[in-house]
Design a protein around this ligand. Structure first.
Ligand code: FNR
Length: 306
């Protein structure tokens, strides 16, 4: 029920203006490269990805949510972009959800869970990447939220020590501070997804669900651009992933120019899937793939590093 609420409320909002709007990309009237000169490949956690954008975590439990995951997995296979399923949390307590969670792909789970729960979920899903999400503000607002914040750092450290699988520390729409980024580097995590405060806002979603809302909490956190500006000087120490309010290929190109190696999209893709269907989402992703190449050409960028 909570997941369904989240989806319905998230889709009732639209991202119109974001922090990326105040940046402009290079525009070359006479480009020096052509379509065949461009490589869109990127390297995340030591793996090569064909495209620098992916379907980011949305859902992982309940009959309807499992159906969404099945379709997103199919879309990602057809379009050759990565797909990160949403939180495994509902599956921890429900056998049917456990069985339905995508296997051999990715695991998304929160730092509120115990080390044992995280490791056994990894074993069960045989995931290739571990996306550990951190959302203290949301947990604080949710009446049913976890309140054992003092354990989160220890959990992160312990999980890192106990598994070699690539770990992505993922925000959920509040952005990351320099302290958090440094912590991720010190703990030898493989990547951070700074997930900034420009798109889906879980403080707002929980306020809408709450009978005693605290709207001022929606102002906490850092925008996607601000977090990327902080993160970019650590680009050689950890892989930087951007998300939060990504609306189109131009936003992706801007985040890459700000130092990200890949970019995650949740709400915009979910919106297309729910309101227009699977084929519309496939067409949209393929359109983005074509346009990313064009944008790389007008910025004279042969590859993601450029
Ligand atoms: C999310 N997000 C999310 N993140 C996560 O790590 N685990 C999860 O289970 C979920 N669930 C979820 C449900 C719904 C309906 C939405 C829209 C989002 C957060 C998501 O991955 C991302 O960090 C933020 O939504 C910001 O990106 P967008 O939505 O602005 O593209």
């Amino acid at each position: 029920m909570r997941k369904k609420d989240h989806i319905n409320i998230a889709l009732s909002e639209k991202t119109i203006k974001t922090s990326l709007d105040s940046y402009r990309i290079d525009y070359n009237s006479i480009p020096l490269i052509g379509i065949n000169d461009v490589s869109t490949k990127t390297n995340i956690c030591g793996d090569e990805w064909e495209w620098p954008f992916f379907i980011n975590a949305i859902t992982g439990g309940g009959k309807e949510c499992n159906k969404i995951n099945d379709i997103l997995l199919e879309v990602s296979n057809i379009t050759n972009i990565k797909f990160f399923s949403g939180s495994f949390s509902p599956a921890l307590y429900n056998e049917k959800d456990k069985i339905a969670y995508p296997k051999n792909n990715t695991l998304n789970i929160g730092l509120d869970k115990s080390v044992q729960e995280i490791l056994s979920s990894l074993k069960y899903t045989n995931a290739k990447y571990l996306q550990l999400h951190t959302n203290p503000l949301q947990e604080m607002i949710m009446p049913e939220g976890d309140k054992n914040f003092e354990n989160w750092y220890k959990t992160l450290k312990n999980v890192r020590e106990k598994t070699k699988i690539p770990i992505i520390l993922k925000e959920t729409g509040f952005g990351m501070s320099e302290n958090t980024i440094k912590m991720a580097i010190d703990l030898k995590l493989d990547a951070i997804d700074i997930s900034g405060r420009d798109g889906t806002n879980f403080a707002r979603i929980e306020n809408i669900r709450s009978s005693t809302p605290s709207p001022y909490l929606e102002e906490i956190g850092y925008t996607t651009a601000f977090s990327l500006e902080i993160a970019k000087k650590y680009r050689n120490n950890i892989d930087i992933i951007a998300s939060g309010g990504i609306r189109n290929p131009l936003d992706i190109i801007k985040t890459l120019a700000l130092g990200a190696k890949a970019c995650g999209i949740s709400r915009v893709f979910l919106d297309i899937l729910i309101n227009k269907g699977k084929n519309a989402l496939i067409n949209e992703i393929q359109k983005w793939q074509k346009e990313i190449v064009y944008l790389m050409i007008i910025t004279n960028s042969k590859n993601i590093n450029d």
